[in-house]
Design a protein around this ligand. Structure first.
Ligand SMILES: Nc1ncnc2c1ncn2[C@@H]1O[C@H](COP(=O)(O)OP(=O)(O)O)[C@@H](O)[C@H]1O
Ligand SMILES: [Mg+2]
Length: 280
């Protein structure tokens, strides 16, 4: 892997490698004061932006051996990416869910849910493909289960069923994908909000008003407090009846920026590490 590493504003270790996804990659050196000292100073937290981790435990260990302490322990990383670990901490904020080690039978699913349901892997969907996730009938369940069995992204994950909620739609989604909704991606560093933006950046642009923003952030903040991870991403969406819910949690190291500003996010994180007092 073509990995670059440097200190950002002398406050944060960044390990980075281009993934080739414009909404994920960010050219730190172009916008920030970055340098790579020969001696690794101690006590500076580290963040990796190298895409999805294959084996975070091993990577974390390798970084530690080189004197870089990543902000998330392996347990922190698992807690913010794996639904069976984050769900129990925020059950009241997010659609009712159950998970299965393999693909459940229809009766097993019907013991717990009525259609419609939402299906995904414990970590992710298959690139937001609608037929694999949105299931309104028994026939659609069989179809989604078939896809799950064969899909390279899905088949190795635990199988998650969620209650399908009606989300407030936004215009301009992509044919064949899950419809775009009024949903925002929020970034949190050590409990502070450091950035937010529309989740469906490919859809027609949409934004929240002050009241919507305040309500959405209040829900996201409860998730941040419940999970206790240093660099957390919380996606929140509004239902058609006006409620804000958590769609999922993710590790800030692995998340695309969506329509949030990477410059603002890294600037704010460096400010926090500098001890700058933020507005509440
Ligand atoms: N329970 C649900 N009810 C309604 N829509 C959902 C539900 N879960 C997810 N979605 C929609 O599907 C999209 C993709 O699901 P998500 O869990 O974020 O998968 P991924 O991890 O692949 O991004 C979400 O952004 C949201 O719009
Ligand atoms: Mg998502």
């Amino acid at each position: 892997m073509d990995m670059d590493r440097f200190l950002l504003r002398d406050r944060l270790w960044i390990l980075t490698a281009p993934v080739g996804v414009p909404v994920y990659d960010f050219d730190f050196r172009r916008y920030f004061d970055c340098r790579t000292p020969y001696e690794v100073p101690s006590g500076i937290p580290g963040v990796a932006r190298i895409g999805a981790f294959g084996d975070y435990g091993t990577f974390h260990q390798q970084c530690a051996e080189e004197g870089i302490a990543l902000v998330h322990s392996p347990a922190d990383h698992e807690r913010c990416t794996f639904l069976p670990l984050w769900y129990p901490l925020i059950e009241t904020l997010t659609p009712r869910s159950r998970w299965f080690p393999g693909i459940p039978s229809l009766p097993e699913v019907e013991d717990h849910f009525e259609f419609p349901i939402f299906i995904k892997g414990a970590r992710q969907t298959s690139k937001h493909r609608a037929v694999a996730s949105i299931v309104r009938s028994r026939a659609e369940f069989e179809e989604a289960a078939q896809i799950f069995r064969a899909d390279p992204i899905l088949h190795w994950q635990d199988f998650v069923c969620r209650e399908l909620l009606d989300l407030r739609p936004v215009s301009g989604g992509t044919e064949g994908k899950i419809p775009a909704s009024f949903e925002f991606r929020t970034f949190w560093w050590k409990g502070h909000l450091v950035g937010a933006g529309a989740y469906w950046y490919e859809a027609d642009s949409y934004s929240w008003n002050n009241a919507e923003r305040a309500d959405a952030l209040a829900v996201a903040r409860r998730a941040v407090e419940a999970l206790g991870c240093a660099f957390l991403v919380v996606d929140v969406a509004q239902t058609t009846d006006g409620r804000w819910i958590v769609i999922e949690c993710n590790d800030g190291m692995e998340s695309g920026y969506a329509a949030a500003s990477p410059f603002a996010i890294w600037q704010t994180i460096a400010d926090i590490e500098d001890g700058v007092e933020l507005e509440p």
